[in-house]
Design a protein around this ligand. Sequence first.
Ligand SMILES: Nc1nc2c(c(=O)[nH]1)N[C@H]1C(S)=C(S)[C@@H](COP(=O)(O)OP(=O)(O)OC[C@H]3O[C@@H](n4cnc5c(=O)[nH]c(N)nc54)[C@H](O)[C@@H]3O)O[C@H]1N2
Ligand SMILES: Nc1nc2c(c(=O)[nH]1)N[C@H]1C(S)=C(S)[C@@H](COP(=O)(O)OP(=O)(O)OC[C@H]3O[C@@H](n4cnc5c(=O)[nH]c(N)nc54)[C@H](O)[C@@H]3O)O[C@H]1N2
Ligand code: SF4
Ligand SMILES: [Mo]
Length: 902
Amino acid sequence: MSETKSTCCYCGVGCGLIVEHDAGQITGVRGDPDHPANFGRLCTKGATLHLTVAPDTRSQRAHTPELRTDRTAARQPTDWATALDHVADRFAAIIKAHGPDAVAFYGSGQWLTEDYYVFNKLAKGLIGTNNLDTNSRLCMSSAVAGYKLSLGADAPPCSYTDIDATDCLFIAGSNTAFAHPIVFRRIEAAREANPDMKLVVVDPRRTDTAEAADLHLPLLPGTDIALFNAMLHVMLWEGWLNRDYIAAHTEGFDALKRLVREYTPAMAAAVCGVPKRDIEQAAEWFATRPATLSMYCQGLNQYASGTHKNAALINLHLATGQIGRPGAGPFSLTGQPNAMGGREVGALANLMSGHRDMSDPAHRAEVARLWGVPEVPATPGKPAVELFEALKNGEIKAVWIAATNPAQSLPDQAMVHAALEAAELVVVQDTYRHTETAAYADVLLPASGWGEKEGTVTNSERRISRTHAAVPPLGEARHDWEIACDFARRLGPRIGKGDLAYQLFGFDSVEAVWREHRESTRGRDLDITGLSYAKLDADGPQQWPFPDGASTGRARLYEDGVFPTPSGKARFVATDYVVTAESPSARYPLHLITGRLRDQWHSMTRTGLVPRLYNHEPEPQLHMHAEDLARRDLADGDIVRVRSRQGTVVLKVIASDTVRQGQSFLPMHWGGNTMAGTLGINALTPSATDPTSKQPELKHAAIQVEKLPAGHALMAMRRITDTNAFSVLEALRAQMKDLPYASLTLAGREVPVVVLKARADEANTALLDAVDAAMGLDDPAHTLVYADAHRDVAKRARVDDDILNAVRLSGETRAAAWLTELMVRGEPAAPVRPWLLAPLTQPPAGQPTRGKVVCNCFDVSEEAIVTAFHAGESLEQLQTRTQCGTNCGSCLPELKRLAARS
Ligand SMILES: Nc1nc2c(c(=O)[nH]1)N[C@H]1C(S)=C(S)[C@@H](COP(=O)(O)OP(=O)(O)OC[C@H]3O[C@@H](n4cnc5c(=O)[nH]c(N)nc54)[C@H](O)[C@@H]3O)O[C@H]1N2
Ligand SMILES: Nc1nc2c(c(=O)[nH]1)N[C@H]1C(S)=C(S)[C@@H](COP(=O)(O)OP(=O)(O)OC[C@H]3O[C@@H](n4cnc5c(=O)[nH]c(N)nc54)[C@H](O)[C@@H]3O)O[C@H]1N2
Ligand code: SF4
Ligand SMILES: [Mo]
């Protein structure tokens, strides 16, 4: 067995890991004890990475290029030369006929820095269009715009070590416990070491992060600016401001002072829906604790007021001088593993390499000189949402999508799907082939993925880590940067730039790409000319800036109070609060909030392959307050139709005490692969964007909820020991598209159980036949059958060697939950055999149900934990007995909450 150091490809915490592999197969992962982001820890997602590349998942990988020249036909496997020549022909023809802005690239914060660099140069340098945007537009663009507006440059000034040094941690719009778990482990450790440290959490929902807080401000969605302005009002009134800092290092305070005069705590209490004294308490701690660190993420960024939400929070740091010191500063948590790299490379439609400014002719000339091209285009390209709108209306004719799944993750999915339908050419470059977007690809290009890639990534704290390939790319997959170079050299001659293309894209290694990027940072705020691959390998990950001659990177920026603005001073931004793009109304009375689950990553292309990652939240569910359910005559577990102004989804509703009355929550992860229809949950979200950052308001919509009229219920489960679970999923997906309701997920641990829940308008023999075939229930010799034609009830089950391996219930599905549980556990079926096809809601005596799995590492369920607490066991005793929460720690916040409540 061999080991290779690399990084986790999920969140922006940027944990280092050690990949274990044997004969070209990755067999395990563990945290890298030497990596300064995680010191050996991994969360549930990082710790299961090897399972996303297990042998049985290979059927889901893109192996070979695929091509179709006829839209109505299926793609056929082809070779790289044919695929790339075809795309080059089409791109060249479109560019000649309609100009370079008729093509576009849509990339990803999951690219390595080198991948971004080459694609950026391809679009902006060779083709001459700024139509290159990425999913970071949905993620960090308001943070970028906020930093630039307030501080003059896009540079998060803090480090993870500031968590240990702070006296007040102010978390706004971030569910750190779920979305940046290893940062949350550090927060827990820091609070243990310093019990005086205050934790304030600003989030409409009572998340696990909020549950841990000393003070939770459950404000109404979108109202953060009113809260921050009121906190400043209190600070002013109480004399808690740092007048010296304001005078020496900032400008624009007077305008802000005038503005916040009207933001009294009473006014903000009414706007935000939180008690006045909590606003005063938050202001006091923020201003008067020796060091205050804020952490924020999509609860600020993903609003049409996202840039100003960021700036309003940074105002508080500037007014109190809580910046540029240990434990103090505004710390935007990056979402994706390398969104930071994309910012450095300038891989957004309005950015340029090395934090240069597209509107500055001198900066454009510098980039043109670096690349060796006559000029780079001056007009910003189309940001994500506009890019897809332009595709829909024909202004953009061809799109190249890489390492992102826009047919699930963008807002207003009806528009996005129509755009992909309307495009003349869709190229999709992905590691996996089952994404919602790949369904629209005319050309599918197989990319290497996690564990196969060589290069660099930058995490939230500006720290650059090396990724190393543990195994070669699967099949004919190639690295993203290589695909871009090969394509550029094919396109060049076709658009009269043959020699140039060879000059620009002659990189002979990934390191050659990186060295060119490094040169683009010389003399800039993010200067990394003192680094090399060799140095990063020898000395470990380093923070930027790290200029030539430096011995270390910089842990903290702005310690001297000098900011990269024309005056050298930071800027206060006076901004009023604005309501959400969509306010609740009589027709759409509920706030809908979207966000993340602990164990799923985005559109689930990878985490969705791992059965145990469904155990914490098993299926698409709308979370609602019990009173709101009661008012609508809804019960926990009902199937509901959710409508917004944009669209409709149908899913299960559950009662939850994490949302306030009048609000609801939907995880962002569920798309057309897991639900009926093709659009997923972003059918509901509006395409309204922030005017500065162009980031869409993905966090919020206004909705109505009503019970789905009863139809014909269907439920089918298959325990997979004899075939590939993913081929079963694929067969079922084809069946569920047109159903009024469907949920298609996995359950289990080592042995996956495929779970289909659905409603049809009426009993449907063709559907049942197809489901039975997929579930292995079509062999009469091995199938128990029950049918009551009179009541339209028909059931089947299959037991092999006393193990229940498949069930299908049609017309009456009461026993579904305990049957699924029996299959997950793989326990003998004999004791319950007479009842397998009976209409029993509860299992016959003696079969406990166990509910959701809280600790995924040691497979400990909520039921078991609550039972133990009720029996008087302490948290420590429980942990000694079951080990729950002692490995990755992702479930610790929940364990503590369950302990506190019993
Ligand atoms: N498990 C997991 N972790 C991830 C990811 C994942 O898919 N799964 N994705 C990664 C990525 S790319 C990102 S961008 C990050 C996102 O990380 P976070 O932003 O922390 O995660 P979210 O759950 O999207 O949203 C955070 C919180 O914002 C709250 N919120 C909603 N509206 C408002 C508001 O108006 N004001 C305030 N103050 N709060 C509000 C929501 O209730 C939610 O709890 O997570 C990263 N980490
Ligand atoms: N309603 C709502 N919508 C949201 C959000 C929300 O909070 N609410 N959050 C938004 C945010 S912050 C984000 S970041 C987006 C994320 O949305 P997406 O980027 O669309 O989501 P992913 O599922 O991460 O898609 C990444 C794709 O890249 C592929 N991939 C992985 N590694 C590689 C590689 O090295 N090369 C190539 N070529 N492909 C690779 C994966 O298989 C996967 O298909 O979703 C956004 N959408
Ligand atoms: S916190 Fe989890 S998902 Fe994020 S980088 Fe670390 S292991 Fe990966
Ligand atoms: Mo993100």
